[in-house]
Design a protein around this ligand. Structure first.
Ligand SMILES: Nc1ncnc2c1ncn2[C@@H]1O[C@H](COP(=O)(O)OP(=O)(O)OP(=O)(O)O)[C@@H](O)[C@H]1O
Length: 341
């Protein structure tokens, strides 16, 4: 792969200082601003946050699918030991897409062409990466993969409308990972599914990790209860930045950032019955990313706001395993914020 330096590393993904902006008549909107995240081998990192906080933009950067009007301003990626500098003038190596990183975009199952059978869809996907592949070989590979994951091979003969929503999403996921990408970025893969189909898809992703079909997953969603069932670690985004990252258990039970606390208060009800009930909203609305507030971007909505929050960017508090970008956390070492459940 041209332009790629290989190093030994224990982690699957290290993404550092990612920045990307949409450019338009009104100027630049920086939708992902100095975001750094890690994913371990075999791990599922959940990315959550309110609509418009930059989750899909982060997914586009990580999957190397950025297209105008979105532009990457800077950052570095290291996936499975392969390093890549990102930036406005850098073209990512073609071989990365599909093989190193693969995106399961939002609404993927509904973008299947109604007149193309699943076997031809799979052939097209493989052929896009391996132009010399023979059609029967591509179809056979897909058949083997479906059977490996206990899905019926007869779906190869079906048109999309002949599949249920849950089966369509599973098939699209299988086809998106036929090249065994090291990192799968799944953008809201369960949001259109009923609870039972969500569970089956999550089990299938776990099976794909166990068989090393994929090396790790970034699971983007606005739905924290879903993350509680699949994520090993969770990153909470707010207004283009990471507010907090921690193990799923710590983040849900001992959040350190007031925004994580507010998000958990707004969508979760206590164990043992996690329900998708919205019990309390977060007052106010996220800021316009064209004109984000000074200091901490959450300060206008924060119940624990202090003067320093209005003026200075918050420091990163904590360690690699669990940290928050927050002045309150800085001044209250080790203390979780309150969650009203
Ligand atoms: N095509 C676009 N042109 C200009 N700005 C955009 C465009 N798409 C997104 N944005 C801006 O980027 C921000 C982040 O959008 P993004 O889609 O990444 O958020 P998200 O967290 O994935 O939201 P959702 O949960 O609704 O999908 C938005 O707040 C919006 O201001």
């Amino acid at each position: 792969m041209s332009g790629v330096v290989t190093t030994a590393t224990g982690s699957l993904l290290r993404a550092s200082h990612l920045r990307a902006a949409y450019s338009g008549d009104g100027g630049q909107v920086v939708a992902v601003d100095d975001v750094s995240i890690d994913v371990g081998k075999g791990e599922v990192l959940g990315v959550a946050g309110e609509s418009g906080c930059g989750k899909s933009t982060l997914g586009a950067i990580l999957s190397l699918t950025v297209r105008p009007p979105l532009f990457v301003l800077g950052g570095e990626l290291e996936v499975d030991g392969n390093q890549l500098d990102l930036g406005p003038d850098r073209r990512p190596p073609r071989a990365w897409r599909g093989e190193v990183v693969s995106l399961l975009p939002q609404g993927a199952m509904n973008s299947l062409s109604p007149t193309v059978r699943i076997r031809d869809f799979a052939y097209d996907v493989i052929r896009a990466h391996q132009p010399g592949v023979r059609r029967p070989d591509a179809i056979e590979r897909t058949r083997e993969r479906l059977e490996q994951l206990d899905l019926p091979a007869r779906v190869l003969d079906y048109y999309p409308h002949q599949l249920s929503g849950g089966m369509k999403q599973r098939v699209v996921t299988v086809v998106s990972t036929l090249l065994n990408p090291r990192l799968l970025i799944a953008d809201e893969p369960t949001s259109a599914l009923d609870v039972s189909s969500q569970r089956i898809l999550i089990e299938m992703l776990r099976e794909m990790l166990a068989r090393d079909i994929i090396g790790g997953v970034i699971f983007i969603t606005h739905d924290l209860p879903v993350l509680n069932t699949i994520a090993d670690r969770i990153a909470i985004m707010y207004a283009g930045k990471i507010a907090e990252v921690g193990t799923a258990n710590e983040l849900i039970n001992r959040p350190r950032h007031p925004y994580s606390g507010a998000l958990l208060s707004s969508v979760l009800v206590p164990e043992p019955q996690m329900r998708r009930t919205r019990v309390r909203g977060i007052p106010g609305a996220p800021p316009s990313l064209a004109h984000p507030p000074a200091g901490c971007r959450f300060h206008p909505r924060c119940p624990l706001v202090m003067n320093v929050c209005r003026e200075q960017e918050p420091p990163q508090v904590g360690d690699d395993r669990h940290h928050a970008h927050c002045w309150w956390a800085d001044q209250h070492p080790g203390q979780p914020v309150e969650v009203t459940r």
